[in-house]
Design a protein around this ligand. Structure first.
Ligand code: CLR
Length: 411
């Protein structure tokens, strides 16, 4: 990893207050060596939770595991402060993890606004969706709204679940240590049985008491609370009967008084930046009789901090195995020269390559405009999702036949 300490993020971003960030080009030192398509693949790090959900006959237990999956999908965002590369229009990424039971294909289907579509197949489930990351800069922080629904189909039960990704915020852009927070509600619906999980990602608050905490309930179709789910999005989740949980929490002594920080007068979460997430995690393992652990995060590899804070799963994503040179399409993220250079620590080469690719993309767009042509994604098309009622990008099929003769020359 190259140190970006000598570069001021603020000096670049100060021209952009209140603006959408997808249009500004950032120096490559603020990047991590992955494309956003590869980064999205990290949703699948804990794919075993989907296997587990498909293997239980109790719909409530299924929803518990689907909820754990939805939360686990963002756990790798902790401490990840590099910006993934914006995928080029038509860029694709595949990940064949048949030994884990799934394979994934994703494509950048739109450039302005940026939209990434993905589709994952397993013998047990299908998981697909699209993300429209909207980044907005508000001076002290960057707000990220990863718009778009994701859909999970459990084949054995003919069940469809949908949810929306939770909002994200990067704090301390001007001074201090950058850190990531997820906050807001996440609602996961089983459209067949009408069970719902409503989870709340809490804000750190004044003293960081609730930092990274997730808490919520599973409701039956009549909105009766069945199970409580609680934990922390970076480390793990637990569950127990809702009644037991509520009684336990009500009987808990209120938290010990805190000494307010002298300079911590603001009401926002920045004050919590020194709080150790591990410390607050202990208080989440409430040890309630009958509680079960739904999910626990795998610790980061020892040297992770020197490698963009990647998880082990993330470290595999840009690996180019010898046979891949032949099997991969020319549009696969692993073949992007700028990302590869950054991975190798060659900053100047990475910056040059990134400029060249972006220029090439602009030229191609001009050409299309002249010929009055429209861009057509190769592997996805728009359809209406019957459950969410929203237009979405659906996989057309055929990718794995590996006929890549129609792939554009984008790198
Ligand atoms: C310091 C600033 C300017 C650059 C760093 C911004 C980084 C941290 C931002 C840029 C794009 C962001 C991602 C955009 C969309 C998603 C999908 C969502 O489901 C989980 C969060 C996730 C994966 C975001 C994580 C944070 C992210 C990677």
């Amino acid at each position: 990893m190259f140190s970006s300490r000598d570069f001021s993020l603020w000096s670049i971003l100060k021209q952009c207050i209140g603006k959408e960030l997808s249009k500004i080009t950032m120096p490559v030192v603020f990047n991590e060596p992955l494309s956003f398509l590869q980064r999205l693949t990290e949703y699948m790090e804990y794919s075993y939770l989907l296997d587990r959900a498909s293997q239980t006959s109790d719909p409530i237990e299924r929803l518990q595991y689907v909820s754990a999956f939805a939360v686990s999908a963002i756990s790798s965002n902790w401490e990840r402060l590099g910006k993934p590369f914006n995928p080029l229009l038509g860029e694709t990424y595949e990940l064949d993890r048949s030994e884990l039971g799934f394979r994934l294909i994703s494509e950048q289907v739109s450039h302005h606004p940026p939209i990434s579509a993905f589709h994952i197949d397993s013998p047990l489930y299908k998981f697909h969706g699209q993300i429209y990351p909207k980044l907005k800069f508000w001076g002290k922080s960057v707000d990220i709204h990863p718009k778009g629904y994701v859909t999970l189909e459990l084949k054995k039960f003919n069940e469809v679940y949908t949810w929306q990704n939770v909002n994200c915020c990067v704090h301390n852009i001007i001074v201090g240590k950058l850190w990531v927070e997820h906050s807001g509600p996440m609602e996961i619906i089983n459209h067949q049985t009408k069970h719902r999980a409503v989870l709340n990602f809490k804000q750190g608050g004044w003293f960081g008491k609730d930092l990274h905490k997730v808490e919520g309930y599973i409701y039956d179709p009549d909105k009766k609370k069945l199970k409580a789910i609680w934990g922390n999005w970076l480390m793990g989740l637990f569950s127990v009967n809702a009644g037991t949980y509520d009684a336990h929490v009500a009987a808990m002594p209120s938290s010990p008084p805190h000494t307010p920080k002298v300079n911590g007068a603001g009401g926002d979460a920045e004050d919590a930046s020194d709080e150790l997430p591990c410390k607050s995690f202990n208080s989440f393992d409430l040890n309630i009789p009958g509680q079960i652990t739904l999910w626990q995060a795998t610790p980061r590899p020892e040297d992770s901090a020197k490698y963009f804070s990647f998880t082990l799963f993330a470290m595999t994503l840009n690996e180019m195995m010898p046979e891949m040179n032949i099997t991969l399409p020319p549009t696969d993220s692993r073949k992007r020269p700028d990302i590869r250079y950054l991975e190798e620590g060659k900053i100047d080469e990475a910056a040059d390559a990134k400029n060249r690719l972006e220029e090439k993309q602009r030229q191609a767009r001009k050409e299309r405009k002249k010929q009055k042509g429209d861009w057509q994604p190769l592997w996805f098309e728009t359809v209406k999702n019957q459950y969410t009622g929203k237009e979405e990008w659906a996989y057309k099929g055929d990718y794995w036949e590996r006929d890549f003769s129609k792939c554009g020359d984008i790198f």
